[in-house]
Design a protein around this ligand. Structure first.
Ligand SMILES: [Cu+2]
Length: 485
């Protein structure tokens, strides 16, 4: 089989061959008009005069849309345009967004504000903007054909309304929705309360969830996909491209989550905490109606706001619990090799491809860590490097970093250093003996893999099971089953 004939599926079946592919320069479509790459850098907006009159929301990897007051009206300007966007280092695609970003910048205002939002269309296609969940006059609803004419290329439309509510809302194209939203045309619309019932939280984060189909090596997301999405993002970024959320111990944290994925709901799970869902895009939930959760269900077309006290320091992951949503492009449609003895196959293929080794018989956890070359314009199959080991999740995944003290300069706090005795580690021999634990390695092949990891010579011994007792030279690892005596 010639390497040039590999499609994604048999590319993966021949994953060992990936090392033979030389890196190829990213090829971006020539019709792209944007000059810069939207790279997910957080850009806050401080209005003239210094204070906006509210505690601003932080959109990790995102930006806030600037505004200015003109005769008592808060004036914004959105420009719909083509955007070259980096999802994570290694994956760049030509998307559509607003103001040079994917997704568009977060709009922030206060209940009671009169807002005037100009929308300029620099795309080659007509568009509109719908203010999702915002209570407004019908003619301002932004639905092409229903409440207005579509905004033609080159035109600028004006939307103007008074904000009658507060909460976490959204905006998105409502013309050729499948194409335009699936190419990235969406953003968050945060309205702060005019008379807050309680002080603002110490940390107020906003995250937009979305999903994409970007064929490996392609430079344009496929807006016609209806089920097989392969890039899952928070604020347009896939882990390890996602920026961490930080909090100081004792702070009250609010996370606002919106979902405008084409087809998927998401189950956003936070480790280390119980939180309460305090609001939806329909409004605040009275305290009596809030219940504790660790996972919030995010139907597409909705927002949920969760709050909790950051009282336990650590690195706490927050990710979609639909497990294909924490994989990247390469993690899907993979032939099932779990438990297959591939030794004979390997020997045959090695005659054609020296050094070939099938991967995937124990799962995909090692795929990213092996550092095999990725095909052009794609992400490693799974996550990214962590403090202790390779992180086997990517995609819709980020980390909440809670610390006793945060760096004074506002920089990222780095990895959490667990106090001695508070982190899981290899069981000491004396503990195993004291507690009567014997452990059993699954197969000789497992032993070979353990030896490979530990740098010892590999001796394939055949498929016999052997038992190791405490004190053997095997390093207990995740691949070793434990059993009570
Ligand atoms: Cu999901």
């Amino acid at each position: 089989m010639s390497l040039s004939h590999l499609n994604r599926r048999n590319f993966l079946a021949l994953a060992g061959g990936a090392a033979l592919l030389s890196p190829v320069a990213r090829m971006l479509a020539k019709d792209d008009k944007s000059a810069a790459t939207s790279d997910g850098t957080t850009k806050p907006f401080i209005p003239p005069g210094g204070s906006p009159g509210y505690r601003p929301v932080v959109t990790p990897n995102g930006a806030t849309l600037p505004w200015r007051m003109v005769e008592g009206v808060k004036v914004f300007h959105l420009t719909a345009e083509s955007v070259t966007h980096e999802f994570a280092p290694g994956l760049i695609a030509n998307c559509w967004g607003y103001n040079g970003r994917v997704h568009g910048p977060t709009i922030e205002a206060v209940e009671g504000d009169r807002v005037r939002i100009y929308v300029t269309n620099r795309l080659d296609a007509p568009t509109t903007v719908h203010w999702h969940g915002v209570l407004l006059p019908s003619g301002m609803d932004g639905v092409g054909g229903v409440s207005q004419k579509a905004i033609q290329p080159g035109e600028t439309y004006k939307y103007e309304f008074t904000l009658k509510q507060h909460g976490t809302l959204m905006y998105h194209s409502h013309h050729d929705e499948m194409t335009q939203m699936q190419l990235g045309m969406m953003g968050l619309f945060i309205i702060h309360p005019k008379n807050p019932a309680q002080p603002p939280p110490d940390r107020d984060y906003a995250i937009m969830l979305s999903e994409w189909k970007i064929e490996v090596g392609a430079s344009r997301p496929d807006p016609n996909e209806m089920s097989d999405f392969n890039v899952f993002t928070m604020n347009g970024r896939s882990f390890p491209g996602t920026q961490s959320l930080v909090a100081k111990k004792g702070e009250r944290v609010r996370i606002r989550i919106g979902n405008l994925s084409t087809m998927s709901h998401h189950a956003i799970h936070l480790h280390g905490y119980n939180f309460k869902v305090v609001a939806t895009d329909g409004g605040e939930i009275p305290e009596a109606g809030q219940w504790p959760e660790t996972t919030v269900h995010m139907p597409t077309g909705s927002t949920r706001t969760v709050e909790f006290m950051a009282n336990e320091p650590g690195d706490w992951v927050m990710h979609c619990h639909m497990l294909h949503h924490v994989m990247t492009q390469m993690g899907h449609k993979f032939g099932n090799l779990i438990g297959i003895d591939t030794d004979g196959l390997d020997k045959k293929i090695r005659k054609l491809v020296p050094g070939y080794m099938t991967m995937g018989e124990t799962g995909m956890g090692d795929m990213g860590a092996m550092g095999m070359a990725n095909p052009p314009n794609s992400l490693p199959m799974v996550g990214g490097p962590g403090q202790y080991d390779y992180i086997t999740m990517g995609g819709m995944f980020t980390i909440l970093k809670v610390r006793d003290e945060l760096p004074a300069d506002g920089s990222e706090p780095g990895w959490y250093q667990s106090p001695p005795g508070t982190a899981a580690e290899v069981a000491p021999e004396e503990d195993l003996r004291r507690d009567g634990i014997a452990f059993e390695a699954a197969t000789a092949q497992a032993e070979a893999r353990i030896r490979a990891r530990s740098g010892l010579p590999i001796e394939l011994c055949g498929p016999t099971t052997f038992v190791a007792t405490a004190g053997s030279t095997l390093r207990p690892t995740a691949r070793i089953k434990t059993a009570m005596n």
